[in-house]
Design a protein around this ligand. Structure first.
Ligand SMILES: Nc1ncnc2c1ncn2[C@@H]1O[C@H](COP(=O)(O)OP(=O)(O)O)[C@@H](O)[C@H]1O
Ligand SMILES: [Mg+2]
Length: 435
């Protein structure tokens, strides 16, 4: 059963090449030879998600087809082939209306497949209320106000003092590198940058930070709080946390997925907020869910790093999280870390699809992380000269410098002016000239 359909108005030979790649990705590719065929097709099927239009071979026909894509309530994304010169003159250079994209000849059929894949993911994930200005504004708005969660310790009194930054590492998909990046980012900041780091394993279900760092059953927050309930003596995180021989402080919330009721979200968040006085960086490795604890932690994070591996399921998960983040009003704190970047889609494409900028990339390192954790070490200690540790160190440096994005990766979000000059407006101007 095809996932969705793509209408393609390309010359037959080009169509065939593109169709084969799209079929591999599970899409139904349908050839349309003229505007009338497209019109008829759109009346008979409602699963057409994207149309590839050839504005180079026949521009007038393309304009007509484009109008069919937007007839009445219909709003189908277009991937438009344009002559390079026209793109330059129009000053849209591939970034126009949020849903439309552009490409030029020569192109590879395989690269079109990834563009289509990316567009369909966006079309499916961008909910109706965000399809036009909503997304642009959400993408471009300034830092959101932090919601004042009830019962949380006020920040105001000690805002003068230097306080540690809370870095959350999260993606709703498992196996994408959250724990690996948390451990090694923490180690790089602690060992290489001489920062005071607290690494918190907030994954009470599958967390394995302590194990990876060779810490045998360290005291957990849940246990410390149960003891406090009996003794009446509350301890700080610095007293509860274990210290790894690299100097890294490690706190595990619970050792068993059962009996975690004591970890009341507001109380956990307050304790972590208080620990900002004792550490420069608090790196939180999360369980992939949107439960109350995670939401409470998100609301207080300074940065949320989203590891994304360049494959479709992971990209989909990141798009979902970006949408959720808009709702939670934390969208402006998200930045991606492209993990295993040398194995799949280009960084610029990942950024364009997910509509988040990337702060750094981490290469695929074979078994190196596994070997380090078998010895109870971070890769930063065990393989200090490896390239992947260099990638992690770069990430640490960018966080310390307060950088938002790595501009060299390309494909970041379009500046406001460019997005404002949307293809829709351009299309209106062009049709006015033609008719
Ligand atoms: N860049 C990488 N190179 C090689 N292996 C990696 C890389 N990132 C993650 N891994 C491996 O992938 C697996 C899943 O990573 P993990 O950090 O546990 O993911 P998550 O915490 O998101 O579930 C682990 O075995 C880890 O060693
Ligand atoms: Mg994990």
């Amino acid at each position: 059963m095809p996932r969705s359909a793509v209408a393609i108005a390309l010359p037959p030979l080009e169509f065939e090449a593109v169709r084969d790649h799209l079929a591999e990705a599970g899409y139904d590719a349908i050839l349309v030879r003229d505007a009338l065929e497209l019109k008829t097709l759109l009346r008979s099927r409602d699963d057409i998600k994207v149309a590839i239009l050839d504005g180079e071979t026949d521009f007038d026909a393309t304009l007509e087809m484009y109008s069919h894509l937007h007839e009445g309530d219909r709003d189908i994304a277009a991937l438009l082939l344009m002559p390079p010169l026209a793109l330059g003159r129009m000053d849209i250079g591939g970034k126009g209306y949020i849903k439309d994209e552009y490409f030029t000849r020569p192109y590879s059929a395989e690269s079109l497949r990834w563009r289509i894949e990316a567009m369909v993911i966006r079309v499916e994930n961008v909910s109706a209320e965000f399809t036009t200005e909503g997304v642009m504004d959400a993408d471009l708005q300034g830092p959101a106000e932090r919601p004042a969660a009830d019962g949380l310790v006020s920040d105001e009194a000690s805002s003068e003092r230097k306080r540690g930054k809370i870095i959350i590492v999260f993606n709703p998909k498992g196996g994408v590198g959250k724990t690996t990046i948390s451990i090694n980012l923490g180690a790089a900041l602690q060992i290489r940058k001489r920062q005071r780091v607290l690494l918190v394993d907030c994954d009470t279900l599958t967390g394995h930070i302590a194990l990876s760092l060779g810490l045998e059953s360290p005291r957990t927050l849940a246990r410390a709080w149960r003891e406090a309930a009996k003794s009446g003596k509350e301890e700080s995180i610095a007293q509860i946390a274990a210290v790894h021989n690299s100097g890294l402080s490690v706190l595990r919330l619970a050792s068993s997925p059962l009996h975690t009721e004591i970890l009341e979200p507001t109380r956990v968040v307050n304790l972590i907020m208080a620990a900002r006085d004792s550490y420069d960086w608090l790196v939180l490795d999360m369980h992939p869910d949107y439960g109350p604890l995670n939401q409470a932690l998100f609301s207080q994070a300074d940065r949320i790093l989203v590891p994304v591996t360049p494959d479709v399921p992971c990209i989909r998960a990141a798009v979902q999280f970006r949408e959720v983040a808009v709702e939670l009003n934390i969208r402006d704190r998200l930045t991606m870390v492209i993990n295993r970047f040398n194995s799949g889609v280009a960084a610029s494409d990942v950024q364009r699809v997910v509509a988040l900028s990337a702060l750094a990339r981490v290469r695929s390192a074979g078994m190196l992380f596994v070997r380090a954790s078998d010895e109870g070490k971070s890769a930063v200690e065990r393989f200090p000269d490896s390239k992947v540790v260099g990638d992690i160190e770069t990430l640490a440096e960018r966080l310390m410098a307060g950088v938002d994005a790595d501009d060299s990766l390309g494909g970041g979000l379009a500046p406001r002016e460019r997005i404002r000059g949307s293809f829709k407006g351009l299309f209106d101007r062009l049709t006015a000239q033609v008719s």
